[in-house]
Design a protein around this ligand. Structure first.
Ligand code: SF4
Length: 345
């Protein structure tokens, strides 16, 4: 019989576990403490639970941590880890150290339904939602786990299309019975899912990043098919209606494609549609993916675009490209590895 994982369970779920065995409610907090604070690797190590209690839990549960299956390292220090998940699929996790920061970029789904034409994960199609266990295992089983200062949900998948498990993982990361991380060190990125973005804004205090890439409906629809059913204007209206405190940040991700979305006309329209939202724009240089005709802009046009936005009062920064030599674009490595899982047996 397959055992259930304890790691990745929220406090309420752990309370349900201990009640199942007729154990006192406080045992759930003790288990959470072992899982998320003391970072143990086996139920045996939960030494403030009686041996009888541990035996009972052990019958049906295991901790449920899994080491990465493979790693690639870039000359700039970025590492890309591949984790094996459900049904022998693979997900990617990036580790990006920089000065006094160390950021992990985690995946929330296997593949993705959104089909953005510039993304290899989109080309894989959707293969499943990750559980909170699989989302958080990327963080906990990262060899550099202790050095991490920031978490971004910007890996494979659309986090708000897996809202239940993503919210559980954020609960565990930010609560005092969990890892106790400040929500201001965590950013969740979305293409803009109008049915779940409100839930995310209400139930978590983490930063929000919206993938924008074009302010024009028709153009954005060609880049991101999700625009057909989740228009960015509706997303912006939801954001405008939400009361953000000063600690919480909204940012917009804007991948620049040569000759496509980098003109003065785009600057003017961005200023118009973002009016009234306290935000910043992260400009990202497109790195070609196989089978795409989209091209990278040169640095000069990127800086002109940034300067034009800044001149109009929108804070825009160019995000440094990381891990280019290890194909760090989302989905490239797992696509390669999907065809040769025997390497990891
Ligand atoms: Fe999915 Fe994000 Fe890739 Fe779009 S860019 S297909 S949302 S993983």
């Amino acid at each position: 019989m397959n055992k259930e994982n304890l790691y990745g369970k929220t406090l309420n779920e752990l309370i349900a576990v201990v009640k199942r065995f007729g154990l006192p409610g406080f045992a759930a907090r003790q288990i959470a403490d072992w899982l998320y604070r003391k970072e143990i690797g086996s139920i045996e190590e939960m030494t403030n639970l009686s041996i009888k209690m541990r035996d009972l839990i052990f019958q049906d549960y295991e901790i449920g941590l899994a080491e990465p299956a493979r790693v690639w390292e870039s000359i700039d220090g970025t590492k890309k880890y591949l984790y094996r998940v459900q049904n022998d699929k693979f997900i990617e996790t990036a580790y990006m150290p920089e000065d006094d920061r160390a950021t992990i970029c985690i995946s929330s789904q296997v593949g993705c339904k959104m089909g953005c034409i510039f993304c290899m994960t989109g080309k894989q199609g959707f293969q499943g939602n990750l559980t909170a266990n699989e989302i958080l295992n990327q963080f906990r089983s990262l060899p550099e786990f202790k050095r991490l200062t920031n978490i971004v949900y910007m890996g494979m998948g659309e986090p708000l299309d897996n809202i239940t498990e993503v919210l559980k993982s954020l609960d565990i990361l930010t609560n005092d019975w969990g890892y106790g991380w400040s929500p201001t060190r965590i950013t969740v990125s979305t293409v803009g899912m109008i049915h779940t973005i409100g839930d995310f804004l209400e139930k978590s205090r983490c930063h929000l990043a919206v993938s924008l890439h074009s302010p024009f409906d028709e153009e954005r629809r060609k880049l991101m098919p999700v625009q057909r059913t989740n228009s960015v204007k509706e997303v912006l209206d939801i954001i405008r209606s939400f009361d953000f405190n000063r600690q919480r940040r909204v940012s917009f991700e804007y991948i620049l494609f040569k000759g496509l979305n980098d003109s003065p006309r785009h600057v003017r329209e961005l200023v118009k549609i973002l009016n009234g939202i306290r935000c910043r724009i992260n400009l990202i240089r497109f790195h070609p993916v196989p089978g795409s005709e989209l091209q990278s802009p040169d640095i000069k046009s990127m800086t002109s675009f940034r300067d034009a936005l800044n001149a109009k009062g929108i804070t825009a920064t160019i995000r440094a490209s990381r891990g280019v030599d290890i194909q760090a674009a989302c989905g490239l490595l797992s696509t390669l590895e999907l065809n040769k899982p025997e390497l990891y047996d």
